[in-house]
Write a protein that binds this ligand. Structure first.
Ligand SMILES: [Zn+2]
Ligand SMILES: [Zn+2]
Length: 591
């Protein structure tokens, strides 16, 4: 019973404490000779989470909702495509549960919650269910009544959420306008508790499925993939993360690290990387705005700007593709991929390439400066709009700053704030495959030259000579020579369709079919480099001698741990390899 004592049904044990009753029962069995043997074994046993007392099952009266009549139309909603579940594999989970539904126990013995609207009469014993609170029994007029002590299960309130938030049961303007809604987003772990029940309640009370799409995200786990829990002390507090790295960094990480319905690991390095991305947006935008501050023309739309260089055509083409892809990906709920594409475009295409190239283009006449500034601003504007759902704070700040600094007439702004500005519509006319192909060759050439410089440690400021055999790309590359000079720190490139013979004492690189030659004499002082190599070779040889004598020392080889000996052998092999490479380098250089 409720007093934790045995009830009258327990016969001779009635009124006894459960532990006492058990002992007495065993003693009685023993007296009757009914015990064959005693043996310890393990059973699953529930304990109170507060005081650790063993919990006993107790039969009691509860309120239930009959579910089959509610479940049937909710099954139909998915079967007849009125409700789409993303990812689709959860259809089966949803349907299995509804097709095997149990009646729902909705009464809870808690202090907080919606109290069950049932009154009991202490006079006539009748029960009354009422929407309004009552003060007297409708059966016998007695005022000796009391309300049911229990409250409703929390999900019994939550399943009304799609319409109770809109003023239901009143027919409000909000209810008429916003019900049903479009997309519901939640964790897959509450598909039964909440999602299926909202569908049932929506159909039952309002006759319409409450949303056409349900998007299920995964659980956020810790960096090792463990479920976060207070007892494991591995809970990442989002407020602390936001204080440390910014809200945009956390939001971008959560949005881009997950795929629908799959759990994700929250890795701090990723949040750091995305904090750096937020900083990149801030710094690059500030640079663009400051370097174009004195140039009029406002923020043109991507439909207005006129590309005049290969780089202009390329960035506008890439942007058009991006806007198109991101829109399709978001419509398809591939939020992670959408975010990754905007990140990649903004960081690499815009910041690392176009903003750098703009420095060259801005050295031209007023018309060139104005055209370049227009494209810089137009692409920044569109990038910020595409990024806004992922990083709302930094993009809003930068976007308003962009318009305040370049467009004094607020009447010309597309909106007073980014959050209500129109979503970009890709300018598909700007897609230019030739420009993308040609520009990617220019990028590859610049990257190859940079790699070569790094390999031989050319001082960063030094301009190096470069000779190219470019075949049918020669005239195209002639027009891009200033970019190569600026971005790869070269002298004016010497472009040939073909070279009768390969330049001697040069490093050679291949970018697609373009041969690139970098004469070493232009990259470094050959005499000094030979001296440096000789020193390095001598040092490596010394190290080899030392390791060889150590390894031929029997005392060492027999007494040291095998893994220590193995380590020394590896070191020796590495040094021998180094000497071989240095000698080859020296031979190339000496010609
Ligand atoms: Zn307890
Ligand atoms: Zn009564």
């Amino acid at each position: 019973g409720f007093d934790a004592k045995m009830t009258p049904e327990a016969g001779p044990y009635a009124g006894q404490d459960r532990y006492e009753a058990r002992k007495n029962l065993v003693a009685d069995l023993a007296r009757l000779g009914l015990i064959l043997k005693e043996e310890d074994y393990i059973v699953p046993l529930g304990h109170c989470q507060r005081c650790d007392t063993v919990v006993e099952p107790l039969i009691s009266k509860q309120w239930f909702v009959k579910m089959m009549p509610l479940a049937t139309p909710a099954i139909g909603a998915v079967k007849y495509d009125l409700l789409k579940i993303v990812p689709g594999r959860f259809n089966k989970v949803y349907l299995d549960w509804l097709e095997n539904i149990h009646d729902w126990c909705i009464s809870r013995q808690l202090w907080w919650g919606h109290r069950i609207p049932v009154w009991y009469c202490d006079n006539c014993g009748q029960m009354t269910v009422s929407r309004e609170d009552i003060s007297a029994c409708p059966h016998c007029d007695s005022t000796a009544i009391h309300q049911d002590e229990d409250v409703l299960d929390t999900w019994f309130s939550s399943w009304l959420w799609p319409f109770s938030t809109l003023g239901w049961p009143e027919v409000t303007a909000d209810l008429l306008h916003y019900y049903p809604t479009s997309v519901m987003e939640t964790g897959y772990d509450i598909i039964f508790f909440w999602v299926a029940r909202m569908v049932m309640a929506g159909i039952h009370f309002l006759g319409a499925v409450p949303f056409h799409t349900i998007y299920l995200h995964g659980l956020v786990r810790d960096a090792r993939g463990e479920k976060m829990s207070k007892s494991k002390n591995n809970v990442v507090d989002p407020l602390e993360v936001m204080d440390k790295y910014g809200t945009d960094a956390l939001r971008f990480t959560l949005a881009t690290s997950s795929t629908p319905g799959n759990d994700m690991k929250l890795v701090e390095d990723r949040i750091v990387g995305n904090r750096n991305f937020a900083n990149k947006i801030w710094n690059a935008s500030r640079f663009v705005l400051m370097s174009t501050a004195d140039i009029p023309g406002g923020v043109p739309s991507v439909y207005q700007v006129q590309p005049s260089t290969l780089a202009d055509r390329w960035i506008l083409s890439r942007l058009a593709r991006l806007a198109n892809n991101v829109t399709l990906l978001i419509e398809d709920f591939q939020l992670g991929e959408a975010g990754r594409q905007v990140n990649e475009f903004f960081w690499s295409a815009y910041c690392d390439w176009y903003v750098e190239i703009a420095k060259v283009q801005m050295q031209g006449d007023d018309e060139a400066r104005r055209a370049t500034a227009g494209i810089l601003r137009a692409v920044l504007d569109q990038s910020l709009r595409l990024l806004h759902p992922f990083m709302p704070f930094v993009t809003e700040e930068v976007w308003q700053y962009l318009y305040r600094s370049s467009e004094p007439d607020q009447g010309q702004w597309p909106a007073s704030a980014l959050i209500i500005a129109p979503w970009p519509i890709a300018n598909l006319q700007a897609i230019d495959e030739e420009a993308e192909r040609q520009f990617s060759l220019v990028q590859e050439i610049i990257t190859r030259i940079r790699d070569a410089r790094n390999q031989v440690n050319v001082e960063p400021g030094r301009r190096v000579p470069v000779i190219m055999a470019a075949g049918d790309q020669t005239s195209m590359l002639e027009t891009q020579a200033p970019l190569i000079e600026f971005l790869a720190r070269t002298e004016k490139p010497q472009l040939h369709e073909q070279l009768a013979q390969k330049p001697a004492q040069s490093m050679s690189q291949l970018a697609d079919s373009v041969e690139i030659y970098l004469p070493l004499a232009g990259m470094l002082d050959i005499g000094k480099e030979l001296e440096r190599l000789d020193k390095e070779i001598a040092q490596a040889r010394q190290e080899i001698t030392r390791l060889q004598s150590k390894l031929s020392n029997e005392a060492f080889v027999t007494k040291a741990k095998p893994e220590v000996v193995e380590k020394e052998r590896e070191k020796l092999a590495a040094q021998e390899d180094r000497v071989t490479k240095l000698i080859t380098r020296r031979a190339e250089l000496a010609g």
